[in-house]
Design a protein around this ligand. Structure first.
Ligand SMILES: Nc1ncnc2c1ncn2[C@@H]1O[C@H](COP(=O)(O)OP(=O)(O)O)[C@@H](O)[C@H]1O
Ligand SMILES: [Mg+2]
Length: 275
C-alpha cells in the first residue's frame, strides 16, 4: 500500500511522457529478469507513459559467434565487426532477441512492434572514424523518429541496434549509442540504461560506491579516463542530455524491477544524471 502511495505523485507527473529504455546485458540473461522487465515496460504503458525500448545483445551475439567458431574481439567497448560478424549480430538481434522481447511484451498484456534501424529508415549511419580497425561499426548520424511515433501511438516500439547505409552495407551499432540518439531525437523525458552494476560508481571496483546523482559536466570529465563498456554508455548519456532529455538514469539490470524502483520511489536505486 505504501509503495503505491509513494508512486502516485510520480504516476501523475509522468503521464504522457516518453521514456527510452536501453535494455541488454545482465537483465537479458535470466528468465525471471526478462519476464520482470517486460512487465515493467507494460506497466509504464498502462499508467499512460510512452515507453520506447532499444536493445543490444552483446553476450548472446558473442555466444553464437563462439558456437560458429568465430573470434570475438572488442575495442573501447565496441565490437570489432567484419562482414560475417555483422551478419551474425543481425540474425541474433533481430531473429532472436528482438522477437523474444516483442513476444514477452505481448504476453505481458501490451502489444509491441519490433524494428531495426532499417525499418522506416530509422537510423542513418556512417562508418565510425576508426572503421579500418574495427570494421562495420556504424555511427548514427541521423534518427528519423517518424516510424517510432507512428508505432508508439498504439504499440510499444522495440528497436534492435543494427542499421545499413545507402549502399546496402549492414552495420553493427552500439546499443547504448542508439538509445542515447533515439532519446535525444524524441526529446524524451527520461532515458534509462540497464547495466550490470548498481549505476555509476565512484570506484569501479567497489559496488557500494554508487553515485546516486550527478550532472553532465561531471560525467564528461570522467569520460576521459574510462575504458570498456561504460565508455559508450557515458557517451550516450551525454548525447541524450545535450539533446534535451530531462534526465538519464543508469540502473542495475540484475535487480528485479529496477526500472519501476528508479521511476516510482523517492530514493531511486541507480544513478540519476541531470543536464
Ligand atoms: N565508474 C564506473 N562505474 C560503473 N561501471 C564501470 C565504471 N567504470 C567501468 N565500469 C564497467 O562498465 C561495465 C558496464 O558496461 P558493459 O560491460 O558494457 O555492460 P552493459 O552494456 O550490460 O551495461 C561495468 O560492469 C563495469 O565493469
Ligand atoms: Mg555494453
Amino acid at each position: 500500500m505504501t509503495v503505491l502511495l509513494e508512486a502516485l505523485p510520480y504516476i501523475r507527473e509522468f503521464h504522457g511522457q516518453t521514456v527510452v529504455i536501453k535494455y541488454g546485458g545482465a537483465a537479458m540473461r535470466e528468465e525471471s529478469l526478462r519476464k520482470g522487465f517486460a512487465e515493467d515496460v507494460v506497466l509504464l504503458k498502462y499508467v499512460g507513459m510512452n515507453p520506447v525500448v532499444v536493445h543490444g545483445g552483446g553476450p548472446e551475439i558473442s555466444e553464437y559467434m563462439e558456437r560458429l567458431g568465430m573470434e570475438v574481439k572488442f575495442q573501447d567497448g565496441l565490437r570489432v565487426s567484419d562482414a560475417e560478424t555483422v551478419e551474425v549480430a543481425k540474425m541474433v538481434l533481430l531473429g532472436k532477441l528482438n522477437s523474444d522481447l516483442v513476444s514477452r511484451l505481448n504476453m505481458a498484456g501490451q502489444a509491441a512492434v519490433g524494428l531495426s534501424g532499417e525499418d522506416g529508415a530509422l537510423f542513418e549511419v556512417a562508418p565510425v572514424a576508426n572503421a579500418a580497425d574495427i570494421g562495420f561499426v556504424g555511427e548514427i548520424e541521423g534518427v528519423d523518429v517518424d516510424v517510432i511515433n507512428h508505432i508508439a501511438e498504439d504499440y510499444i516500439p522495440v528497436i534492435a541496434s543494427v542499421a545499413s547505409d545507402g549502399e546496402g552495407n549492414s552495420y553493427n551499432v552500439n546499443a547504448d549509442e542508439a538509445a542515447g540518439k533515439v532519446a535525444a531525437a524524441l526529446g524524451a523525458f527520461k532515458a534509462f540504461f540497464l547495466t550490470d552494476v548498481p549505476g555509476w560508481l565512484d570506484d569501479p571496483e567497489d559496488e557500494s560506491s554508487l553515485v546516486s546523482e550527478t550532472d553532465a559536466a561531471t560525467l564528461e570529465a570522467a569520460l576521459v579516463g574510462i575504458e570498456g563498456g561504460m565508455k559508450p554508455k557515458l557517451g550516450a548519456a551525454l548525447d541524450a542530455l545535450k539533446g534535451g532529455v530531462g534526465s538519464v538514469h543508469i540502473i542495475d539490470g540484475r535487480k528485479p524491477h529496477s526500472l519501476l524502483l528508479e521511476l516510482f520511489t523517492d530514493s531511486g536505486i541507480g544513478t540519476k544524471v541531470t543536464p
